[in-house]
Design a protein around this ligand. Sequence first.
Ligand code: UDP
Length: 355
Amino acid sequence: MKIVTVIGARPQFIKAAVVSRAIANTEGVEEVIVHTGQHFDTNMSDVFFEEMSIPRPQYNLNINGLGHGAMTGQMLEKIEEVLIKEKPDWVLVYGDTNSTIAGALAAKKLHIKVAHVEAGLRSFNIDMPEEVNRILTDRISDVLFCPTTTAVNNLQKEGYDNIDCEVKEVGDVMQDAALFYAGKSKKPETELPSVFALCTVHRAENTDDPERLKSIFLALEEISKDTPVVLPLHPRTKGKLSAMGYDFENSNICFIDPVGYLEMVWLLSNCKFVLTDSGGLQKEAYFFSKPCITMRDETEWVELVEHGFNTLAGADKDKIIELASRINDTNLDFSLRLYGNGDAGQVIVNSLRLK
Ligand code: UDP
């Protein structure tokens, strides 16, 4: 059986590392990796391939730095060429990026079966590019591997019982990654405060809205006076802040370059709490028993909010500061297994092999 895996962005490298390891452990399954190039610089791409031992991509499409239309269009064209040549049994796509929808669409038009890992998630905010990508990818996938019961329920509500596809709850590959890589964590080489909050900001709804971005960074500056905020800075956010004339020199925030996953795991293990607008990091905070403040108006990971592990603050400066000041009071039981047992990768591969 031949699988073509299409990946291109940071969270997909982590998810693919888990599934590629399961594929390598499974007889009779061959994997061909296509890297679209959506994230391409060393800190956002190469380091993940090296430290997580992801097999080298057979195809590097090098498509980046473009608007949504041009990026997705070029990916569609190039992935189609690869699929015509490779003739796989399955195309495997992850998450909700432009690489995800391009891979699924190219395959489907060639009548190649599509498996979507992290299917069924919804923010119910259709203005997010990720929401559009995930809804469309789900609709044309043959197998929808859901990480949570919430995701399965979302699909049922959308009528997937009447659609010719298989919906399967398998757990979350990010849980697999957290368990597998926890013991391999690496302290970043940069000097860091001994007590700190870990923060990431990169989502378009925050970076591309100057009011939201300003409000978030005013809150982070304020919080840093009490608990230093360590922030691996995404290139998109760096660009937007620089354009706003952000005073990096006199900032209280401890900005560092984007880090590899092993360093991220170290930061997660050693921080006091997490502030983020990332999907993946909300769950990782939970995997590493840290409370999380999410700087978005909604989340796909509603079970974290329901159980009190995560609180939504939007881009509301006062709310972010207030939640951070109360974070000590939280007394949470992180022993629930909301995202499976850490075997999602193998379950996915076994299930594809049996088809
Ligand atoms: N991540 C990382 N280094 C960083 C920032 C994030 O390894 O400097 C990891 C993070 O731990 C998570 C994944 O990248 O596993 C999430 O990526 P991102 O926030 O870009 O995307 P999202 O999860 O929101 O789709």
